[in-house]
Design a protein around this ligand. Sequence first.
Ligand SMILES: [Fe+2]
Length: 249
Amino acid sequence: MEKKVLKIGQISDTHIGADASCVQDIDVRKNFLTAYNADSMKNLDLLVISGDLADEESPEAYAYIAGILEDCKVPVCIIPGNHDKLEIMEKFFDLNGKVHNGRCYYRYDIAGRSIFFLDSADGTVSSDQLRWLEEETAKVEGEVLLFLHHPPCHCNHKFMDLRYAMKNIDEVQATLSKINNLKYIFVGHYHSEMVEKIGDKTVFVTPSTQMQIDPNSSVFCLSSAAPGWRVVEWGENFMETKVYFSNTP
Ligand SMILES: [Fe+2]
């Protein structure tokens, strides 16, 4: 029997502040809600929030997001980013069984498919996680997806590659290359929409809901304050993904 096509929404880098005031002159709460309530995000099977939920690790930021998600009708998978503090996140989101040695990584099974989530909040994917990923993906028959905060590669983004790239790219890529049933990797962190190849795998970089950073400038340069988000449709031998921006006509 053909497996169901899963519709997955990805929101990344919301950078919510401690109160409703703007973060870097941007109404980040409004931007988050624009993505969360977008027509393209209706009828999801799963919502993923892929790190940098809070701008400065504040409990109030997590409380705000958790409050919004209270009425979310679908499962939500969350992973931390470099701006997050896992110990605080655990107080507001149900991360039971997902945190091991201070890192939040897990497998989520839905409709007979498996999706993997890794924690790169400190700029690395620890060797514990890499070992676990290799072992656990080998147990899955059929294709899997992977979400993490940092791209496991450089992306031709002058500002981010230079300052904030993943620190153990070679080690991570060595493990990824051994995982044959993984073809699609979804990340955030770079505040840009990008697509990169690592061998037979494609890395989809999802824009931020906070703001986009110009990839062609080596110094910080805002390219847009319009929120962006991603929708993934994943079926058997089928994956289609599209990025939306609030100012897309
Ligand atoms: Fe980040």
